[in-house]
Write a protein that binds this ligand. Structure first.
Ligand code: NAD
Length: 342
């Protein structure tokens, strides 16, 4: 018993900082790091929405403010995870209405965090880039999208969100080259799971579809943006956290995809969720922002460099996500919000 306690106290000397710890991926990551025995500080504009944070210390602060960054990064951290960003689903990213904020806010956060860590001699930051940085011209064929890491250039992301991600991943890698840092860059592909945003306009396709299916009666109809033939792959949150931690502790800087290779059409995604719910539903296709026609992760590089790649099935993740969203819908809230995303 005593030995156990001593070991626990010793391991808690490892310190991690999670920026964006009030968000979807950040809150799950905090929980995992605490479970591993890390002392964790989280920082965000807000606390996690759906459960209490597991962080030992949680600072409410705006990382666009250099003073806040310096206060948060006030000493040594063994690992820093930079997930804070202005983001959302297609309803937020692809309309163009938020471009200036998305670019300004996220770039400022990244510049500030890098500067503060560099000054504190913190050498390793994990940075979450996005598959949205891949060129639109390689994602026009829904059956054969190209998202290998080397296909990034000539650059032509289809959103300003993607351009900012591309700039920032280059920034993190420039600090590696010029300042001897060991930053790690991942390109996340559509992460979903329990405790993700499910209504209000920033939710992504799996959550939006789960909500629509959960709120519709058997035999009813749900609206889908576009013709539903656009393809995507979706990675469950547990695998995202696993890949993030593995990459951070590896000797590979990236950029590398962290995503699923199980590509489905949005229509197939709807059918899968309807089957999980045991409902028969008609799909009504309406105009709406959709992003590129096809996108899928290419996991050859992560497999080669880390000896690991995500392997859980989409169905498994959807079952858990649907159960959680159905519970939220039953618990109240404005489940009729009409946004969806990809
Ligand atoms: P999220 O929106 O749930 O989390 C981001 C968090 O950053 C939010 O809690 C937000 O409050 C916080 N934040 C924003 N501006 C801030 C500021 N100025 N100061 C402090 N905190 C601030 O998003 P997420 O899904 O958890 O994504 C995390 C990261 O992964 C983001 O960088 C995102 O771009 C990237 N990513 C996510 C996905 C996905 O499918 N979820 C895909 C690709 C990339």
């Amino acid at each position: 018993m005593l030995l156990e306690k001593a070991m626990f106290v010793r391991s808690r000397t490892r310190r991690a900082l999670v920026c964006g710890a009030g968000g979807f991926i950040g809150s799950h990551l905090v929980r995992r790091l605490v479970d591993e025995g890390y002392w964790v500080r989280g920082v965000d504009l807000k606390y996690p929405e759906f459960s209490e944070t597991a962080a030992d210390d949680f600072i409410i602060g705006d990382l666009r403010d250099q003073d806040v960054c310096r206060r948060v990064i006030d000493g040594h951290f063994d690992e820093v995870y930079q997930l804070a960003a202005d983001m959302g689903g297609a309803g937020c990213v692809f309309t163009g209405a938020h471009d200036a904020d998305i670019m300004h806010n996220s770039a400022t956060i990244n510049l500030n965090i890098l500067d503060a860590c560099h000054k504190r001699n913190i050498r390793r930051i994990f940075y979450s880039s996005s598959a949205c940085m891949y060129p639109a011209y390689n994602q026009e064929d829904p059956d054969n999208p190209v998202c290998s890491e080397t296909s990034a250039y000539p650059a032509a992301p289809d959103s300003e969100y993607g351009w900012e991600k591309l700039f920032s991943e280059r920034l993190f890698l420039a600090y590696n080259r010029n300042h001897g840092m060991s930053n790690r860059v991942a390109r996340f592909h559509n992460i979903f799971g329990p405790e993700g945003t499910w209504q209000g306009g920033k939710e992504k396709a799996p959550a939006a579809i789960c909500r629509k299916v959960a709120t519709e009666r058997n035999g009813g109809a749900i609206e889908i943006w576009g013709d539903g033939h656009q393809t995507r792959s979706f990675l469950c949150i547990d695998e995202c956290v696993e890949g993030t931690i593995r990459l951070t502790r590896s000797d590979f800087a990236g950029p590398v995809n962290i995503g699923s290779e199980e590509m489905v059409t949005i229509n197939q995604l709807v059918d899968m969720v309807a089957a999980i719910a045991g409902k028969s539903l008609t799909k009504i296709h309406i105009p709406g922002p959709q992003g590129v026609r096809g996108r899928n992760s290419d996991n050859r590089l992560i497999n080669e460099r880390l000896g690991w790649k995500p392997s859980a099935s989409l169905r498994d993740g959807l079952e858990r996500t649907y159960a959680w969203i159905e519970q939220q819908v039953r618990g109240g809230g404005d489940a009729r919000a009409d946004n969806e995303a990809a």
